[in-house]
Design a binder for this molecule. Structure first.
Ligand SMILES: Cc1cc2nc3c(=O)[nH]c(=O)nc-3n(C[C@H](O)[C@H](O)[C@H](O)COP(=O)(O)OP(=O)(O)OC[C@H]3O[C@@H](n4cnc5c(N)ncnc54)[C@H](O)[C@@H]3O)c2cc1C
Length: 419
């Protein structure tokens, strides 16, 4: 009996993956090491239930490392070891089968996020991991070779898995950054990512319209990001996957750079060349000059969006297409191809899916995620300065980094015990 304790702070995706990996190792090696998860909310895994619109986009089978932002050395080291295949196996070993959807997105076969949470919970129960809910960890300090949590709980080793500060209703309120910072770990400036974007010159009548398009972010005259897919028009501006994917650059501008203008250029017909759009309109105006302009673009895009484009081009929707001049058509083509909107901000942390920035990964060993200067202290998941675009990549990071920290924390403890 050595009676050592490994504490995991945060019962989210990365914390549960870390505790599972650690507890499996402990069981296989017959180690007498207690593993405890401290969770501030009444239940673990609340955020997992909200992921993928309740279906949980758990992984992506096309693991492109360029989908991640952060320190390449750390990202590559963790993802090379804890690959998509090994994560699929990990979930299969929990009895959870996955299914493929578009763009390599993987979901639980049940298409229910609750299946993912259940699989993890049941395994933690089987492995006798103690889960202590309603217990926020508010302080951490060094005590001997271990740590003291909340000034009273002793831990030989600690994994900080408290997430970032996105969607605080799901528990992640930034307190994990404070814990790491109190241990001398630098916290890089944080900003919301995967969120919606607010536009100054938006068209309120478009609320609820969804249409394919390309969005380009131009910061002080330079294109800094672009993506395409379904753009959702809202009362405040725009949302949808391509918007969420570029939102990180918008938030970074408002949070860090704060200088100059940031513009969204939206191409409503990215699969058409401008000259093709121009000649389409010319042909339509010749073949049916009596047609009301409000119907001119309805073969190409949702009617409301077409009317919005006409208005932005200074064309009255109730006029007839035969009255359009070449100049009208040129301006309309330009508006369809690249309408410019000044961006006024993002919807912020509470409406974001992930936090960019966070604990500086250069303070951690890339192979183990142990703090280089503090033996026994590990971190994983979103609290680290790693984030990714939509598609299951953020959970990929949570599972892979959690498993990495869990495995190395328990191995480290067992080696100390053996010595
Ligand atoms: C609405 C929504 C949908 C999403 N959908 C997807 C998706 O489909 N696919 C995908 O890949 N990613 C998705 N994400 C992102 C993904 O959920 C996160 O990146 C991931 O959950 C991060 O895992 P984590 O364990 O690091 O942090 P979290 O999941 O945030 O877990 C942190 C846990 O720690 C607890 N905690 C925090 N501080 C303390 C403390 N001081 N003491 C004790 N406990 C503490 C919190 O209550 C929480 O339970 C989504 C996010 C949101 C908000």
């Amino acid at each position: 009996m050595n009676g050592k304790t490994l504490c995991v702070i945060g019962g989210g995706a990365s914390g549960m993956a870390a505790a599972t990996e650690a507890a499996r190792y402990a069981k296989n090696h017959k180690l007498d090491i207690k593993i405890v998860i401290f969770e501030k909310l009444p239940k673990v895994g609340k955020k997992i239930l909200a992921t993928g619109n309740g279906r949980c986009n758990i992984l992506n089978s096309e693991p492109a490392k360029d989908k991640f932002f952060g320190n390449r050395k750390v990202i590559n080291s963790v993802l090379d070891k804890y690959t998509v295949e090994s994560n699929v196996e990990f979930f299969m070993s929990l009895g959870l089968y996955l299914t493929h959807e578009a763009d390599g997105r993987l979901y639980p076969l049940s298409l229910q996020a609750s299946s993912v949470l259940d699989a993890l919970r049941f395994e933690l129960e089987r492995l006798n991991v103690e889960i202590i809910c309603d217990t926020p960890v508010t302080s951490i300090s060094r005590k001997g070779n271990g740590f003291l949590l909340n000034d009273e709980i002793y831990a030989d080793s600690v994994i900080i898995a408290g997430g970032g500060k996105s969607s605080s209703v799901h528990g992640s309120d930034g307190s994990a950054f404070n814990l790491l910072s109190s241990m001398g770990i630098r916290i890089k400036p944080t900003f919301p990512a995967l969120t919606a974007v607010k536009l100054k010159n938006k068209d309120g009548s478009l609320k609820g319209v969804r249409a394919h398009g390309e969005i380009m972010i131009v910061e002080n005259g330079k294109v800094v990001a672009s993506d395409s897919g379904e753009i959702q028009y809202t009362e405040y501006g725009i949302s949808g996957i391509p918007v969420m994917n570029i939102s990180r650059h918008v938030a970074e501008h408002f949070q860090l750079h704060k200088k100059g203008k940031i513009i969204a250029a939206i191409n409503t017909l990215p699969d058409f060349l401008p000259e093709e759009i121009f000649s389409y309109i010319v042909t339509r105006s010749k073949s049916n000059p009596e047609l009301l302009c409000e119907n001119l673009l309805s073969g190409l895009m949702p009617k409301k969006l077409g009317i919005s484009k006409l208005r932005a081009a200074g064309i009255a929707p109730e006029s007839t297409v035969g009255t359009l001049t070449k100049n009208h058509i040129a301006v309309l083509t330009e508006v369809i191809n690249s309408q410019l909107f000044e961006i006024s901000g993002t919807l912020g942390f509470d409406n974001s899916q992930v936090t960019a920035g966070g604990a500086d990964t250069s303070f951690f060993n890339p192979s183990t995620l142990e703090c280089e200067k503090i033996n026994g202290l590990f971190a994983c998941g979103e609290v680290l300065d790693v984030d990714a675009v939509c598609g299951g990549y953020n959970l990929t990071w949570a599972w892979s980094s959690g498993r990495c920290a869990g495995y190395n924390a328990i191995k480290n403890l067992s080696e100390k015990t053996d010595a």
